[in-house]
Design a protein. Structure first.
Length: 592
């Protein structure tokens, strides 16, 4: 499943970042000499408390004594993970590929995210009672199968010994919307998981999905019509639209603060700098760090690689036009096996886990370690946005200064939601090294640069950006991106964020903008990243209107965005301030 994170144009269309989730999950792991022959039981039925039976394929080491058991609970049909199951069974573990209710050969009806916690509890406890299991059960998987590990854990099945969630989606945080802005990918995924079958060929028909996205974008059609336009009317899609914020519906799917405090098992969280579900994975992690007991959080380990979404299970050194060093190619199957051996069989702790946090520094191409995520950065650099009243393109940009600016002149841009030129550019170029976004603002954005750095500098952590803004419309969508501009002029996208103006104060309560009022917009949803910025490089910030065929279009009227069309369109005139009373500031976490 390609859940999405921040909706910057280059990430949305970069070839390496639109990997098909089914195939990404099913890449064949590194081949190892088989330590065990494997016996397979097909169509194993697992009864649930409400009488529904889930379908599983059971993989067992031949003639082995009862052992710990691993299972994956998936909506993608268990057979897609066959290579993983064989790997772990060959290495001495019982492994079950379990279809979620309503998918594959499982009974019941599938409602995404709604039943996995309770069903996961029942699967754990059923497995623990089987003669081939020694009573210890764990889970494997990423994305949706990372989410359902957390959802199962919040039900606290007694025999769940550990979890290893990779790229875990978090309902209400990064799916079905990020920062309350959904994407058109929703219906592609819902079609992928519709009915009982895999639908992987339809899901992977990229030209079809792109053409439908462009039909809506060019025709200025309502986002709520998306399911009809793609030919798959979906009650789930409309249910999600009825819950535009993280309310009780989504919160019931994930742990509460009390749940985090009660957690006692060891956990290994895995994500990546360019993982589309990094926001979800780190939300679980950070909430556990905040609300968990000291003993429990001391046994929660975190790995952040340079990977994209699929790379959190099968690392790839090439992502969006970037190439990472050979040590980035961590053998995650081996690491899982070592983790399971340590937490369930009394083996040694995996050698790779030297401290509780392991993170990869791109540019330096090395792994580094820390006791806590927040303790990685040893300082911060505060950069003030400034200009002479014009910062509307790369070649006549504003500045990012070490000292507060003295010039009171604000910057302005105009966003016409009927202008489709930005979306047309998206169809042509993309990737993390593209500058198409910054070079094609069409008057609907602003650009700011630092001076060239006098020395190489490691930036590791979450950046923060506070902007003082006024506008003449009740609502609009904004996007910001941070880039390294190398001495030779090449660009590397580092991170980004989006903001729907009505949620500038709270993601749970909408408040329309008072036209003309100057207010602070805090962009605090940037993804975490680590990179050694080269000597002579500059940092670039791009602030722009979010105008993409990949995301729900905000026509600036202040109404229900999902129902807005061409008739609702209002042109937004946006002013960004950076004077003494309204300092617009970028905070960058530095490792000295």
């Amino acid at each position: 499943m390609r859940f999405y994170g921040p909706l910057f144009r280059s990430i949305a269309i970069g070839a390496a970042l639109v990997l098909l989730p089914l195939f990404a999950a099913a890449q064949t792991p590194d081949q190892k000499p088989a330590e065990h022959e494997v016996d397979i039981t097909w169509a194993q039925k697992i009864p649930l408390r409400d009488g529904v039976k889930l379908n599983a394929t059971l993989y067992r080491p031949h003639d082995a004594a009862p052992s710990p058991a691993i299972f994956t609970l998936t909506p993608y049909i268990g057979d897609t993970y066959h290579p993983r199951a064989m790997y772990f069974a060959q290495h001495g573990y019982v492994f079950l590929l379990v279809d979620v209710r309503g998918r594959g050969n499982s009974g019941g009806d599938f409602e995404p995210f709604a039943n996995e916690g309770r069903d996961g509890y029942d699967v754990v406890e059923w497995i623990a009672k089987q003669p081939w299991c020694n009573g210890k059960v764990t889970m494997w998987g990423g994305s949706y199968a990372g989410f359902d590990q957390w959802s199962t854990l919040k039900e606290f099945p007694p025999h769940l010994a550990t979890i290893v969630p990779a790229a875990a989606a978090h309902p209400g945080v990064d799916f079905p919307a990020f920062e309350n802005i959904p994407t058109l990918y929703l219906m592609q995924w819902l079609t992928f998981t519709s009915g009982l079958t895999g639908n992987d060929h339809l899901f992977g028909e990229g030209n079809f999905w792109h053409s439908k996205d462009m039909d809506i974008y060019r025709g200025h059609l309502a986002f709520s019509e998306l399911d009809r336009i793609v030919g798959n009317p979906s009650p789930v899609f409309h249910k999600w639209l009825a819950h535009p914020t993280a309310d009780a519906y989504f919160n019931a799917m994930v742990p509460t603060a009390a749940d985090y405090h009660r957690i006692s098992i060891p956990i290994l969280t895995i994500t990546g700098d360019y993982d589309g579900d990094q926001a979800g994975a780190l939300t679980y992690y950070r909430r556990h760090m905040k609300d968990g007991s000291q003993d429990a959080i001391s046994n929660h380990y975190l790995i952040i690689g340079p990977w994209d979404h699929a790379g959190t299970r099968t690392p790839n050194p090439d992502v969006g036009g970037l190439h990472f060093g050979p040590v980035s190619m961590l053998d995650l199957n081996k690491l899982h096996t070592e983790w399971y051996g340590w937490t369930m069989q009394g083996g040694p702790k995996p050698e790779f886990l030297k401290k509780r946090v392991a993170y990869y520094v791109t540019g330096a191409e090395e792994w580094k370690y820390a006791d806590t995520l927040d303790g990685i950065a040893t300082g911060k650099r505060t950069l003030y946005l400034a200009s002479n009243g014009f910062a509307n393109d790369v070649f006549h940009s504003g500045s990012l200064l070490e000292e507060a600016p003295t010039s009171p002149e604000p910057d302005h841009f105009v966003y016409d939601p009927l202008d489709t030129r930005p979306g047309e550019v998206e169809t042509e170029v993309g990737g993390l090294v593209s500058q198409a976004d910054a070079l094609n603002l069409f008057g609907a954005g602003l650009v700011y640069h630092t001076e060239a750095l006098s020395e190489a500098t490691e930036i590791s952590g979450f950046v923060k950006l506070s902007l003082w803004i006024s506008m003449d419309v009740p609502d609009t969508d904004l996007a910001v991106g941070l880039y390294e501009i190398l001495p030779d002029g090449r660009s590397v996208q580092l991170t980004g964020d989006v903001k729907r103006a009505r949620y500038r104060e709270s993601l749970t309560e909408a408040k329309l903008v008072t036209p003309g009022k100057i207010e602070r917009y805090d962009f605090d949803g940037f993804t975490w990243f680590s990179r050694r910025i080269a000597k002579g490089s500059r940092l670039r910030i791009v602030v722009e209107a979010l105008n993409s065929p990949d995301s729900e279009k905000n026509y600036n009227s202040g109404g229900a965005v999902e129902n807005e069309t061409v008739q609702d369109a209002r042109t937004a005139h946006i002013t960004l301030y950076h004077d003494a009373q309204h300092p617009s500031v970028l905070e960058v976490p530095i490792v000295k």
